[in-house]
Design a protein around this ligand. Structure first.
Ligand code: F6P
Length: 512
């Protein structure tokens, strides 16, 4: 069934206003994500400490949240978060405080929500990483995790957001983030009894990770995939990282959501008497905030420490969570392949891997962590000598060290087998001081914006990757400088403010 509004002109062009506070015009803004922007810990003296959380979502949204008035709703999963998870928190003297509202989730709810359904089931599905001959196997335990974890957590979030909307004067804008919260939008509308536009809020959902082909979604049982699609079609604006992801989603709706009608031309879905427009908003970084942080004393100290270990050697760098989709093992294998094929680099290059341990309660992640450590050990024992270690892995979550590493690289390796965007590839060119070369997987969202300045690779091909690493290491300075300029300009012109404003402009254009 086509609706009247289908006749509207489709214009994918954003309206062009790029000043977030001006654009909001006083409307209250709420960001909702599983991971909050701030982590809490206790010092040895028993004092409460706060630090920035890790990951791409926080990298992207934290700067934004410090420039505008925002409430950020996220999960509370330990005693400290339960105790301190409500109130105004500021991470930096110049930034505004963020109004934090953490949603308490009991350990068994969180276990099913985060460690069984979100990661691995949905994460592996959306990154096309399941080896379906062997897994996933949906067992009674998976169904329990769905019902008592994912559904319950989404309901709790929906109630927290409803409370926030009701207690905030004005028409709220609620921006839901990522794959943990697919069910939230419909639950929220139910609680608030909202159906038609011009109600008391505008609702967006942005998916930070890839959306696979329609057929892939059928790995999920009908009940799960239907609930997910019903949840996602309850928003006004649904955002993906790339145009392909948005089209894949429309196809998924046609194939799996009976009763929905889809316009490809307008990228619009009609379902249950309401419209959802589907767009791509490639996410980015806060360029100004990153440049500022790169000048701090903390970053300088980290850089000096790294320089001591690299000395005169050329540096290949990677900065990642220990995550199977990041393809860390093949990165080490590619280094070995390069040293074999181009032995002139032996003793003259150092591969630094700054790795943040991630999701280690999930078997697949723990196994991958062990595998990558073993792979690095193998390369080091095969090629290393008493005074040269080819690969140095530094484990830990230290953003200043990551920025320091990014300042120093000659080559930045981003070889993900699938990646929604990949913000390390955007951070690198902004702070790097050596006209370093970006070796970039063609299966990342970011390759659509940065491939002209990068050396693109096919991520499963370690010969291709080895050749690209070699090419990057021997590239003439003029070519390096030209490529670095292209990358910098592209990132500077499309920073996080553009990502945010394009979504708000889209809401405004729709008259919500
Ligand atoms: O890339 C998807 C994503 O959800 C990011 O948005 C986030 O920063 C990252 O994964 C980290 O995940 P987690 O919160 O599980 O550590």
């Amino acid at each position: 069934m086509k609706n009247e509004n289908e006749k509207e002109q489709n214009t994918d062009q954003p309206c062009g206003v790029t000043d977030p506070p001006a654009l909001l015009n006083g409307r209250p803004l709420t960001i909702v994500s599983n991971r909050g922007p701030i982590g809490f810990s206790c010092s040895e003296e028993g004092e409460l400490q706060i630090q920035r959380s890790s990951g791409g979502l926080v990298t992207a949204l934290l700067g934004l949240a410090q420039n505008i008035n925002v409430t950020w709703i996220a999960s509370a999963i330990n005693d400290l978060e339960n105790e301190y998870g409500h109130g105004q928190y500021s991470l930096n003297e110049n930034g505004r405080a963020i109004n934090l509202e953490l949603v308490p989730l009991e350990p068994d709810v969180y276990e099913g929500f985060y460690n069984v359904i979100s990661n691995p089931l949905l994460w592996f599905l959306q990154h096309s990483m399941w080896d379906v001959v062997n897994s996933p196997t949906i067992t009674r335990a998976t169904w329990q995790a769905w019902q008592n974890g994912y559904v319950v957590a989404n309901q709790r979030f929906a109630e927290a957001v409803a409370h926030n909307v009701r207690s905030t004067p004005g028409r709220s804008i609620v921006m839901v983030q990522d794959y943990h919260l697919y069910l939230l939008p419909r639950m929220l509308r139910k609680i608030l009894h909202l159906n038609r536009k011009n109600d008391q809020l505008s609702l967006t959902h942005f998916v930070h990770i890839p959306w696979p082909g329609a057929e892939e979604l059928r790995i999920l049982p009908p009940e799960m995939r239907l609930s997910i699609l019903e949840g996602m079609t309850a928003v006004d604006v649904l955002g993906f990282q790339t145009y392909e992801d948005s089209i894949n989603f429309l196809q998924a709706v046609i194939a799996n959501l009976p009763g929905a009608s889809v316009s490809y031309k307008n990228r619009r879905i009609w379902y249950r008497n309401r419209a959802t427009i589907v767009r791509d908003f490639p996410i980015s970084i806060d360029v100004a905030a990153l440049k500022e942080r790169a000048l701090t004393e903390e970053v300088k100290q980290q850089r000096e420490a790294l320089e001591q270990s690299t000395q005169e050697m050329q540096v290949i760098l990677r900065v990642d969570r220990t995550e199977p989709s990041k393809n860390i093992v093949r990165g080490f294998e590619a280094l070995a392949e390069m040293l074999e094929t181009y032995p002139e680099h032996i003793g003259k290059v150092k591969f630094i891997a700054l790795l943040v341990p991630s999701r280690l309660d999930v078997d697949e992640y723990r196994d991958y962590h062990d595998k990558l450590m073993a792979a690095a050990g193998w390369v080091n024992s095969k090629f290393g000598t008493s005074d040269w270690e080819p690969i140095r892995i530094i484990l830990g979550d230290n953003y200043d060290r990551a920025i320091a590493g990014l300042q120093l690289y000659d080559v930045l390796l981003v070889n993900s087998i699938a990646d929604g965007m990949n913000l390390v590839a955007k951070e690198g060119p902004i702070v790097n001081q050596k006209n370093g070369v970006l070796v970039l997987s063609e299966r990342t969202g970011v390759s659509q914006q940065l491939s002209e300045g990068a050396l693109t690779i096919s991520p499963c091909d370690i010969v291709d990757t080895a050749n690209a690493l070699h090419q990057a290491l021997v590239m003439p300075e003029e070519d390096r400088a030209r490529r670095a300029r292209i990358l910098r300009t592209q990132v500077e012109q499309n920073d996080i403010n553009a990502w945010f404003c394009d979504q708000i402009n889209e809401i405004t254009r729709l008259g919500y």
